[in-house]
Design a protein around this ligand. Structure first.
Ligand SMILES: [Zn+2]
Ligand SMILES: [Zn+2]
Length: 356
């Protein structure tokens, strides 16, 4: 991170594990090569993994700039970009953490399912923004044009950023093959970053949803979503794990007259909190032969575009609380308190007049 003779930019850097981000000026990346693009970051969202990384529990090299879910504007393109993706300067893109420079040779890269040959988000040799490479908590970020998705018209950067990890993860879970025939699903942790997006996805996908959380502010978010969704919101049942009995919760939204005890309950439970109690409760909410899903990753990159289109078409809205870049420490503090919804650093997204 030499700064001599270069244009400087602001960045939030993990310099030591277990310490707050260091806000400092570093050299701005420039002249992207090959498939790379330079993105001016407009919104950068905080994920649980950022906390795990900053605590030193993923043991990567420092210094590192975190954030693997962000959105911004393409300001420079490498020589191979137009051939590979058609992206050009001025385009708005969403950037997920994986996969920077996949090897193109491994099993994942050469058997890529629906993705282009030679590219896989699962390549074990690819870099991960925010973990093995610098991510979005900086004004400009160098990324691989093959890892990004263009933003559909009307989707604000601050809405798009949280969809790149949280949104995509819950989208992948709801589309898991084991859930193909599910009609009634439980989301445990429904008011959190992934949960509140998942509740909307599930309801719009036509599923009956039991939305459970255990904190006032998170439950308020789910209630708000339910009321804003109008008719679609009737499919959402909000429950409070601190008060409501499992026996009653598992029967919500089901006509149980004459139904044997082991057939009462939900087809699937998507478990989001890392808690044994939540896990045990989830198991009790399942009907016989139901499926418990402990979050699942999306199968291919194509799902990213499908999800973004769905979001715009259905009007899914991410509950974001935004912070200016210089207040990123407040954002981190709030995240540690278990704040519901998503916390996002706004780095200029509002100037596009699209942010909610
Ligand atoms: Zn994440
Ligand atoms: Zn590979």
């Amino acid at each position: 991170m030499s700064t001599s003779g270069s244009t400087l930019m602001n960045a939030a850097v993990v310099e030591q594990f277990g310490q707050p981000y260091t806000l400092k000026q570093i050299a701005r990346p420039r002249n992207p090569e090959g498939p790379d693009i330079l993105v001016k970051v407009l919104a950068a969202s905080y994920c649980h993994t950022d906390a795990v990384f900053a605590a030193g529990n993923l043991s990567q090299e420092l210094p590192r700039i975190g954030c693997h879910e962000f959105a911004g504007e393409v300001v420079e393109v490498g020589p191979e970009v137009s051939r590979l993706s058609g992206l050009k300067v001025g385009d708005l893109v969403g950037v997920p953490g994986r996969a920077y420079h996949p090897c193109g040779k491994c099993y994942e890269c050469t058997n890529p399912g629906k993705d282009a040959k030679g590219y896989s988000p699962y390549c074990p040799y690819a870099g991960n923004l925010g973990l093995t490479r610098d991510g979005g908590f900086q004004e400009y970020s160098l990324v691989d044009s093959r890892q990004v998705a263009p933003l559909p018209d009307g989707l604000a950067a601050s809405q798009a950023a949280p969809l790149m990890c949280a949104g995509l993860t819950i989208w992948g879970s709801l589309h898991h093959e084991r859930l193909q025939n599910a009609k009634r699903v439980v989301i445990v942790g429904a008011g959190g970053g992934l949960g509140h997006i998942g509740v909307q996805f599930a309801a719009y996908l036509g599923l009956e949803v039991l939305a459970i959380d255990a904190a006032d502010q998170a439950i308020d978010i789910v209630r708000k979503i339910k009321s804003e969704l109008g008719h679609t919101g009737e499919k959402i049942h909000v429950a409070d794990a601190r008060r409501d009995e499992v026996k009653i919760m598992r029967a919500i939204g089901q006509d149980t007259t004459g139904v044997p005890e082991n057939e009462i309950g939900y087809d699937a439970v998507i478990l989001l909190p890392e808690s044994q109690r939540a896990f045990d409760m989830g198991m009790q909410l399942l009907r016989n032969h139901g499926t418990m899903l402990v979050v699942s990753f999306p199968k291919e990159k194509l799902q990213l575009r499908e999800m973004l289109d769905f979001v715009v078409k259905r009007g899914v809205s991410v509950q974001v609380k935004t912070f200016p870049f210089e207040h990123i420490h407040q954002l981190v503090d709030l995240a540690h308190q278990g704040y519901g919804g998503k916390l996002v650093v706004d780095m200029g997204g509002e100037v596009y007049g699209l942010s909610k």
